[in-house]
Design a protein around this ligand. Structure first.
Ligand code: AMP
Length: 380
């Protein structure tokens, strides 16, 4: 049984690595000839809007899923006429647009930071006044890993607002969204899978730490999270899954302030903040996504490996290979990507039963020397 995936990056690669033991095979479509899922799956090199490439992707496959949300809706619409597509393209459309996300959260009664939209520089000025400073200006579309957003500090003046407009205004961005800056206590994400029969399995929340807009560390279960917050997050992801009649894995990123949750964004896919589930859960987010979209029973989302997990992203450059592998408790995942500043090249996860001990193992990565250019051999 072949599963087709739009996108051939590390998420597609980890889907394939999770599905191979289930007897599945994979075919990915990616414009890049060096897309890293190609190491473990058949790779169709082509544009997402090329019907010939889409036809080759779908040929004989059981269904098509996707590993990132910026797939043209026209591609999933075209595929939908020929083959099953999951999750629903409606969720994809929502996940592509921060305004649609916020409207969905509003429909579900889920709180979001105060926000306004702006389609011109004058509207941006008015929106900043309405929302107040500090605030975060984001593109509605195509933002990721902190790209496509500008923070306006408490003292930002008119020139700073003009500069934000100049930086972010682009026809492909679909306008801007201006959010109140949330002085959150912590950021968490809730990841859940919903099967074709409506069965839902929710993972324990992870606490996520970002720097420069990029996820650096996820810890699960989120340390010392009030039960009420955990329960509220499970309820809201269940509400979103039911509302969308969703099939597959869905992620919602949340800000926590006291016992209040505010939704930040939604990803209709497996998520970086769930990589810890590979070793930290009985059934990983990747396997559960495949089980869900293929109509099989879901696997357990209970913690495994001792009950505590910490994941560290390896960004920009990998640590020296021998040093990283020299920590025997670490589970190392190198994606096979050439080093580049800000690029997610891999991750490593520590699991165990003691929060402090697991964090200490993961923290050893920070002190490691960078790999020499030939060390891992991922040329760019
Ligand atoms: P995003 O691309 O929306 O997930 O933003 C990336 C990161 O920027 C988030 O994970 C937060 O750490 C931070 N961030 C985004 N929006 C806000 C906000 N409204 N208030 C405070 N921090 C934010």
């Amino acid at each position: 049984m072949v599963v087709a995936i739009l996108g051939g990056g590390q998420l597609a690669r980890m889907l394939a690595l999770a599905g191979l033991p289930l007897g599945l095979r994979f075919r990915c479509l990616d414009p890049a000839a060096d897309a890293v899922a190609g190491h473990v799956a058949e790779l169709v090199i082509g544009a997402y809007d090329d019907p010939a490439a889409l036809a080759r992707l779908a040929d004989g496959a059981r269904l098509v899923t996707f590993e990132f949300e910026n797939v043209p809706i026209a591609a999933t619409d075209w595929l939908g006429d020929h083959i099953a597509v999951a999750p629903t393209p409606r969720a994809l459309a929502i996940g592509q647009d921060r305004l649609l996300e916020k409207q969905l959260f509003g429909t579900l009664g889920i709180g979001v930071p105060d926000y306004r939209t702006a389609d011109s520089c004058a509207e941006l000025h008015a929106a900043v006044v309405a929302v107040g400073l500090p605030c975060v200006v984001k593109t509605r579309r195509l933002g990721y890993d902190g790209r496509g957003q500008v923070r306006l500090a408490a003292g930002a003046d008119a020139a700073a607002i003009d500069a934000a407009w100049a930086e972010l205004d682009h026809p492909q961005h679909g306008g801007l969204i201006i959010e109140q800056f949330v002085a959150f206590d912590r950021e968490v994400s809730v990841i859940a899978a919903r099967g074709r029969n409506g069965e839902v399995a929710v993972y324990p929340l992870a606490e996520n730490e970002h720097a420069g807009g990029i996820l650096r560390r996820s810890r699960a279960p989120a340390p010392a999270l009030p039960d009420a917050v955990e329960r509220a997050a499970h309820e809201l992801v269940r509400a979103a899954l039911a509302h969308l009649d969703y099939v597959g894995v869905l992620t919602i990123e949340l800000f926590v302030r006291g016992e209040t949750l505010l939704a930040n964004e939604l990803a209709p896919r497996v998520h970086n903040s769930g990589h810890w589930t590979i070793e930290g859960s009985v059934c990983s987010q990747f396997e559960n996504h495949l089980r869900a979209v293929l109509g099989f029973p879901l696997g357990s989302t209970a913690m495994a490996g001792g009950g505590v997990a910490t994941m560290i992203n390896l960004i920009g450059e990998l640590p020296a290979r021998g040093t990283l592998l020299g920590v025997p408790e670490l589970h190392v995942h190198a994606y096979g990507k050439a080093p580049r500043p800000g690029r997610k090249l891999g991750h490593a996860t520590a699991v165990g039963s003691d929060r402090a001990a697991v964090d200490a193992i993961a923290a050893r990565i920070a002190g490691m020397p960078a790999a020499a250019p030939t060390d891992w051999g991922f040329a760019g």
